[in-house]
Design a protein around this ligand. Sequence first.
Ligand SMILES: *[C@@H]1O[C@H](CO)[C@@H](O)[C@H](O)[C@H]1NC(C)=O
Ligand SMILES: *[C@@H]1O[C@H](CO)[C@@H](O)[C@H](O)[C@H]1NC(C)=O
Ligand SMILES: *[C@@H]1O[C@H](CO)[C@@H](O)[C@H](O)[C@H]1NC(C)=O
Ligand SMILES: *[C@@H]1O[C@H](CO)[C@@H](O)[C@H](O)[C@H]1NC(C)=O
Ligand SMILES: *[C@@H]1O[C@H](CO)[C@@H](O)[C@H](O)[C@H]1NC(C)=O
Ligand SMILES: *[C@@H]1O[C@H](CO)[C@@H](O)[C@H](O)[C@H]1NC(C)=O
Ligand SMILES: *[C@@H]1O[C@H](CO)[C@@H](O)[C@H](O)[C@H]1NC(C)=O
Length: 691
Amino acid sequence: MAPIEFNKRRILFLVAGILAFFIVFHGLSVLDSDSIRDVTAHISLPGIQSPTGHKTPPEFESDADDIWDFDSESSPVAQSNSSTTEPKPAQHFDLHPIAQLMQAADDRFRAYESGISTSFRQTVEKYRSRYGRHPPPGFKDWYKFARERNVFNIDDFEQIMDDLRPFWAANPSELRTHAAHMGEDPKFGVAVIHIRNHTIVQADNPSWRSETMETVISKFVEFLPDMDIPMNRLDQPRVVVPWEDMQEMLQKEYETRTMPPEVMDTFSVGQPNLLDMTIQDRAQDNSTRLDDGWFFAPGKQYMDIAAKACPPESPARSNMTIAEADMLYKESIAGFVTNFNLSSDLCTVGPTVQNLHGLLYSASSIIASHKLVPIFGECKVNVNSDILFPANMYYRHDDRYDYDPSEDLDWRDKQDNIIWRGVTSGGVQLENNWQTMHRQRLVQLFNGTHVSRSGTEVKVLTEKLDEPEATNTTYELYDRFHPSRFADEHSDIGFVEAWGCVPNCAFYDTVFSWKPQVSLTAQFRSKYLIDVDGHSFSGRWRAFLQSKSLGFKATIFREWHDSRLLAWRHFVPVDNRYDDLYALLTYFIGYGDSKQDNVMDGEELNPQVYIAPHEREAQKLARQGREWANKVLRRDDIEVYMFRLLLEYGRIIDDRRDFIGYSGDGSELDKFDAGDEHGKGWSWGIGGWKT
Ligand SMILES: *[C@@H]1O[C@H](CO)[C@@H](O)[C@H](O)[C@H]1NC(C)=O
Ligand SMILES: *[C@@H]1O[C@H](CO)[C@@H](O)[C@H](O)[C@H]1NC(C)=O
Ligand SMILES: *[C@@H]1O[C@H](CO)[C@@H](O)[C@H](O)[C@H]1NC(C)=O
Ligand SMILES: *[C@@H]1O[C@H](CO)[C@@H](O)[C@H](O)[C@H]1NC(C)=O
Ligand SMILES: *[C@@H]1O[C@H](CO)[C@@H](O)[C@H](O)[C@H]1NC(C)=O
Ligand SMILES: *[C@@H]1O[C@H](CO)[C@@H](O)[C@H](O)[C@H]1NC(C)=O
Ligand SMILES: *[C@@H]1O[C@H](CO)[C@@H](O)[C@H](O)[C@H]1NC(C)=O
């Protein structure tokens, strides 16, 4: 959101525009991949750097090629000989927008992978060139810690840098003062963990969340300076800094970038304004407090708070129509999400979804501040300045959220349907407001009885039939699709219980029936999984990715791993309105018996619609998501992320922050990188690719 950030965004729009033009011009000739790859290879995605002159190592190329091909683990459906023996020209292209989106994501992914540092020297150099500062003290120890855990991309901690950037505009001692006392009044919902002399000595206002965080921190606490770490105890995010203030802060951060030739590779000791641990009775602590600016706004329109943090030109603060805002992140025919980042950006979609998501109009608790105070949180929406850390649910072992392979079948043995189970959470529900909440909308949309009675019509893309001689398959919009039968046959979506209603949930009696609970692992018997928000982010997401099923995702929340996950490469992005869901599902599952004859059970339903199944694409995405989650979302990755985060935080709250850090050239770890210290001649390859 800085001038810099916003320019980035403009460039992105421009590139998107050029790309759109290119597509139109070339009639969606996406599988003619070489030409489009040339175009996309130069796009620098926000948060994803394009290759910076590093040549792709040859061994990596061959590894990467394996990825595109199907392995034999579970044999693909569309690969049989029969389809290729038909006497048709060799070149046949399926010109569906999804094919094009997947192709573009593959290209971006290649670019993401190809520039990864393979040594400490490169890592340090990249750090300096990206951020204009030396790495923080302890960076060497962190680097070794990360390598020993086989981190895949040693460079991608973009989220941390983005989150902390504005704090360079704040005074370190004021940050320490805020942090020290934030847990003193429990009604503000903040826990504070205190680290002294390389040990966690105390937690104020603790909860299971802070206990889990302590477990993570204990893995590397010996490298951390004294600090107080305030942690959000609520489900909902906290800090919203007005856009104009944020611009000034980011500008200041930019101006204060500095790299003195020699800096100290240690943190300051004995800094003032940390919490005085010698005072047992907090009431006796007479040290200065600063106002954190908390205010309570449960159930209020969140966009009234959030819009302040948006750029004036953005849909949230301008009179842009919904259709205009859609063009920023949606494909124009079926409305597929082309930019997942923007699809969850409240400055872009806020006006569209403000009455369609529980957090935005009926949050059970909101304690917000317009001041830039340091508070660590598991999730936020894009307008928040909370400091993200990996959600505790992803670290602790909890059956409800942990991947368990016991019932995860091979793709071909899975059911051809989409499943979702949950409770009616998401916001405070009243008799006249539940209808537009995000979970309730989903359940209603896949209730065959309901959509049939209400005459619901949705958009799908159907194969074009009018060009029998055409060698390519092309598609057109059909926006009067009656989804009831498809929903009955291919979805299993429902609530297991009601929860969170005022005065009680009796108003659901005639609307929902409760479906049986299905354990997380039993859900993997379905090919397709959909993940939507609850009160806050969904803790199941990692397990969904790890499974052999394909995850669909709609959310307004940001999490620690966002810069690592690529829509259309690792999962299927879904608009928060769900207006693309049937078009997505009919693409993967297929619809209709044949082009001519489309009678189901004697009853004609959507006879105009035919779309062949695209199982192979679904399976490919599922496998890519699974492989990737097992590389970059491991508990090890959480430890590495957290260690780096707290080093960066430790420096930002240090009075001497411009004079501490690592100023060497990285050569100290040449031996380590060469593997000598391990007594075996390994090299890191591409960030632990070889595990
Ligand atoms: C089919 O699509 C390819 C790739 O976009 C294109 O080169 C070719 O001209 C198309 N063929 C026809 C008959 O339109
Ligand atoms: C596939 O088709 C080719 C040529 O049409 C044929 O030679 C080959 O035996 C077939 N393979 C299988 C597995 O049917
Ligand atoms: C820090 O801990 C070490 C050993 O754990 C101890 O020797 C030292 O005195 C402690 N320092 C302070 C300032 O408490
Ligand atoms: C804080 O002030 C109170 C009242 O002036 C005094 O009794 C108390 O000793 C002070 N606490 C400390 C730790 O100095
Ligand atoms: C938005 O409002 C301004 C004046 O307030 C007007 O000039 C402009 O045309 C409007 N834009 C749209 C897209 O309605
Ligand atoms: C589907 O809708 C019908 C009619 O509104 C309702 O009776 C039924 O309980 C709903 N089913 C589920 C699973 O919610
Ligand atoms: C999303 O976009 C914003 C603004 O362009 C950018 O700062 C951020 O890094 C992006 N996030 C990801 C995960 O790409």
